[in-house]
Design a protein around this ligand. Structure first.
Ligand SMILES: [Zn+2]
Length: 298
C-alpha cells in the first residue's frame, strides 16, 4: 500500500498572540454577532478523543481513496464503525456545547459550523448548525445516492454478523475516534451490507480525508461567516483547510477571530484573541459574561 499524505500529523508552529485571556475574549466579542466554528476539541469532554490534540496517539485515518478502492479496507472500516457507532450514539453534550446553544438562544450567536460528525451541538439545543463533515447517523449509497439512517443499517449489519458487536465489546479492545471508528483487530470475517435498493457500496455520510466538502455546504458556511461580525473558533487546531478557510475569510474581512483551543492552531496567526484552554471551561465563562445584545442604541 502506498503511504498517503497525513494532514493529521501536521503540527502548527506556536505564534505569539497578544491577547490571551477570557477577559480579552469577552471584550472583543461583546456587541458583535458571533459565528462559531468547532472541532474535535469541543467533544473530548464528552468522551470522544481528539486524535489531533496534544497527547493524542498518532492516528492514520482511512482516506476516501482507500475506502473507494479497496474492498478489504471497506470491510475493516464497517466492522469498526459497527462497534464505534454504538458508542457515539450514547455520548452526551458537555458544558461547551451547552454554552454555544445558550449563546444562540440569547441571540448573540448566529450559528455554528462544526467539523464534528457527532451531532452533540444539536443534542445541546443549537438550531443553526452546519455539519461541515457530515453526520454519523446517516449512510449514503455511492451508486444511487439513497440516504438511509445509520440505525436501520445497524439492524442489517447485526443480522449479517450475529454476535459480532457484543463479542468485541466484551473484549474491550475498543478505541473510539472522532469519525466513529473503533479500533479492533479481528475484522476479516465481517460482512458489510450493500445498498438495499441497488446493491451499491454504502458509505457513512461523512467527509473523509481526501474527500471534498460538498460545495453547497461550503457556501452555506461562508454565508454564516459573512453574516457575522466575529468568528469564535472552539476546539479546533485548524490543521485542515476545510476549517481554516473560514478563519481566513473572517480575517480578510477585518472581523475579529477569537480562538479557544488547547495548544497551537494553524489559525493563531489570524487570531485577535487566543485562549489556550479547554472549551468546557472557557465557553461557559464566555456565555456567562457576554452581555445581551443592546435592544436600543446607546
Ligand atoms: Zn443504491
Amino acid at each position: 500500500m502506498q503511504p498517503v499524505s497525513r494532514p493529521t500529523t501536521w503540527h502548527p508552529e506556536p505564534v505569539d498572540v497578544a491577547l490571551t485571556t477570557v477577559d480579552d475574549a469577552v471584550r472583543v466579542l461583546a456587541g458583535n454577532r458571533i459565528a462559531a466554528l468547532t472541532g474535535a476539541g469541543i467533544s473530548t469532554d464528552s468522551g470522544i478523543p481528539d486524535y489531533r490534540g496534544p497527547g493524542s496517539p498518532p492516528r492514520n485515518p482511512m482516506t476516501y481513496q482507500q475506502f473507494i478502492g479497496d474492498e478489504d479496507f471497506r470491510r475493516h472500516y464497517w466492522a469498526r464503525n459497527h462497534v464505534g457507532w454504538r458508542h457515539m450514539h450514547r455520548t452526551e453534550p458537555n458544558a461547551g456545547h451547552h454554552a454555544l446553544a445558550d449563546l444562540e438562544e440569547r441571540g448573540l450567536l448566529s450559528g455554528t459550523i462544526t467539523q464534528n460528525v457527532d451531532l452533540l451541538h444539536q443534542e445541546a439545543g443549537s438550531r443553526n448548525v452546519i455539519d461541515l463533515h457530515g453526520r454519523y447517523d446517516r449512510v449514503i449509497c455511492l451508486s444511487c445516492s439513497l440516504v438511509v439512517p445509520r440505525a436501520a443499517l445497524a439492524e442489517r449489519l447485526d443480522a449479517l454478523n450475529p454476535g459480532f458487536a457484543e463479542s468485541v465489546g466484551a473484549v474491550g479492545d475498543i478505541e473510539i475516534a472522532p469519525d466513529a471508528d473503533a479500533v479492533i483487530s479481528a475484522t476479516a470475517h465481517f460482512r458489510p451490507a450493500a445498498c438495499d435498493s441497488c446493491g451499491g457500496v454504502l458509505k457513512p455520510e461523512i467527509v473523509y480525508f481526501g474527500e471534498n466538502v460538498p460545495r453547497d455546504r461550503v457556501d452555506a458556511a461562508y454565508s454564516m461567516v459573512d453574516d457575522a461580525d466575529a468568528l469564535l473558533v472552539a476546539g479546533s487546531s485548524l490543521t485542515v483547510m476545510s476549517g481554516l478557510r473560514f478563519v481566513k475569510r473572517a480575517a480578510r474581512d477585518g472581523k475579529p477571530v477569537v480562538i479557544v483551543n488547547r495548544g497551537a492552531t494553524r489559525g493563531d496567526v489570524y487570531a485577535m484573541v487566543k485562549v489556550d484552554d479547554g472549551t468546557s471551561t472557557v465557553l461557559p465563562e464566555l456565555a456567562k459574561r457576554l452581555p445581551a445584545p443592546a435592544a436600543t442604541p446607546r
